[in-house]
Design a protein around this ligand. Structure first.
Ligand SMILES: Nc1ncnc2c1ncn2[C@@H]1O[C@H](COP(=O)(O)OP(=O)(O)O)[C@@H](O)[C@H]1O
Ligand SMILES: [Mg+2]
Length: 456
């Protein structure tokens, strides 16, 4: 069933129930009130006749009263204390069956003896006539219930009409309301199905500032994000194929040369060397892509343990120093002793090797790289600064992007794929840390890493 129909039915049932409840109460209150009023009026009339009779309890007064009542739409019966008729305004009606009730407990202000206006032809009251504290007779008053009934019938007709109008109005309002409520939902459903069909340029009208508006905004944001992600994925795939194609072209070209031409041994060696180099580059590239894919799938696992940073960095220094020396660069590591960090040792090593490898690659002979560790509270600040060639200001925001290299042609001879910093950043974020870069062209570059969870 459609949402609008469901909503409509629920609203209708609730409001219809409320309305019927209210109408029922209003109706019965009005009817009771009306009947009460009639009865009180009748009683008051009987009491006033009684008062007149108490002043002059004689034949003339009685006939006056009966005459008066025969002209009104009420009737009177006057009896003596033994309930014998001594006057009646309407001879054709037998009131006697009303006049059998017990008479000793009738209060001074009279009493209603028949109020069942629905079933009986009359409502009736009685008032005692007392002279010298002695009951000498009774005034019975009667009123035809037909008038009350027609009054109530009238009232019922009004109520029916009002009920009908309010139900029709409710129905109409509910249809409009539920349509208005579900319209934005339908639009959003349409938008999401367009998004799933690959059309990311959906535009949802700006609805009110409520939950529906928020939902519409979220859908729009989702579309933008998907659009961005699709574009990024396409760029990424294009870059990957490009990066894979270049070494493969080299490999194929040189293999062909070695294979077809009868080259001297020396030259063959030279080409085979290039082939090995390119193959290594390919396998490194594929390994890096694999790591990044794991990040994208969120299947990357970090296994933290307590690491003695001093010892850990000493090992790294020993590992890299020969390479630095060979290229005539200096590497200095400063780390306080007894400083421990919760981290994944293999990943941490990957981070440092990448950053130090960059520092070595993008500098010239005589340049110096310094790795310094400082503990600030429970944070561990690690800076890696070099006096190398630096990064142009316009490239700084991009260096963490995948495949981004400042100087594509030159870095290729250095063996970089442009994935190193992208991986470093992912690894640091996976540890809950941050990385920032400051650099000046021809002066040097400084990476500042902050890790949480330092003990020492
Ligand atoms: N210490 C550095 N000094 C100068 N430039 C750097 C440094 N580190 C990184 N870069 C620049 O950032 C780019 C991206 O680095 P990276 O992602 O490690 O790729 P790769 O090392 O494979 O080229 C590098 O190509 C280089 O231009
Ligand atoms: Mg690198």
């Amino acid at each position: 069933m459609k949402l609008s129909v469901k909503l409509g039915i629920i609203f209708f049932l609730i409001i219809f129930g409320l309305e019927s409840f209210m109408f029922f109460f209003l109706h019965s209150a009005l009817v009771d009130n009306r009947v009460e009023e009639e009865l009180n009026g009748l009683l008051a009339r009987g009491n006033s006749h009684r008062s007149v009779l108490e002043m002059n309890f004689d034949k003339t007064t009685i006939s006056h009263i009966t005459l008066m009542e025969s002209e009104a739409d009420t009737d009177v019966v006057i009896t003596d204390s033994d309930l014998n008729f001594i006057g009646s305004s309407n001879q054709s009606i037998h009131f006697s069956k009303y006049i059998q009730s017990k008479t000793h407990d009738i209060p001074r202000h009279g009493k209603v003896i028949e109020n069942n206006w629905r079933k009986t032809p009359f409502i009736a009251t009685v008032s005692p006539i007392e002279i010298d504290k002695q009951v000498v007779g009774y005034v019975y008053m009667f009123q035809d219930t037909a008038s009350v009934q027609s009054l109530i019938k009238h009232l019922n007709e009004h109520f029916l009409l009002a009920g009908f109008i309010s139900i029709a109005l409710t129905f109409f309002i509910i249809i409009v309301l539920s349509k208005a409520l579900t319209k934005p939902l339908l639009e959003m459903k349409e938008a999401t199905s367009q998004i799933s069909n690959g059309n990311y340029t959906v535009s949802l009208p700006k609805v009110a500032n409520d939950e529906l508006g928020d939902l519409a905004n979220s859908i729009q944001l989702l579309a933008q994000k998907l659009n961005y992600l699709t574009k990024e994925r396409n760029d990424f795939l294009a870059s990957i194929s490009h990066e894979l194609r270049t070494p493969l072209t080299y490999i194929k070209g040189y293999t062909d040369i070695v294979h077809k031409r009868n080259l001297p041994r020396e030259e063959q060696e030279k080409y085979l060397e290039i082939i090995i180099e390119e193959t290594t580059r390919l396998s490194v590239l594929i390994k890096e892509l694999f790591v990044l894919a794991k990040f994208d799938q969120n299947t990357f696992v970090i296994q933290k343990q307590q690491i003695d940073l001093h010892e850990f960095l000493n090992n790294i220094e020993q590992k890299l120093s020969p390479a630095f020396k060979e290229k005539d660069r200096v590497l200095d590591v400063f780390c306080p002793e007894n400083l421990f960090l919760m981290a994944d040792p293999a990943r941490l090593e990957q981070i440092f090797l990448n950053l130090l490898d960059n520092a070595m690659k993008y500098s010239s002979s005589g340049d110096k790289t310094v790795l310094r560790v400082i503990r600030k509270g429970t944070n561990c600040h690690i800076s890696i600064s070099d006096t190398g060639k630096g990064i142009p200001e316009k490239d700084i925001p991009h260096i963490f992007d995948r495949f981004y290299r400042v100087d594509k042609s030159r870095t290729r001879t250095l063996g970089g794929s442009g994935l190193g910093l992208a991986i470093v950043r992912e690894l640091i974020h996976a540890h809950g840390g941050t990385i920032e870069v400051k650099s000046k062209e021809n002066i040097g570059t400084q990476f500042e890493l902050i890790f949480k969870g330092a003990i020492g």
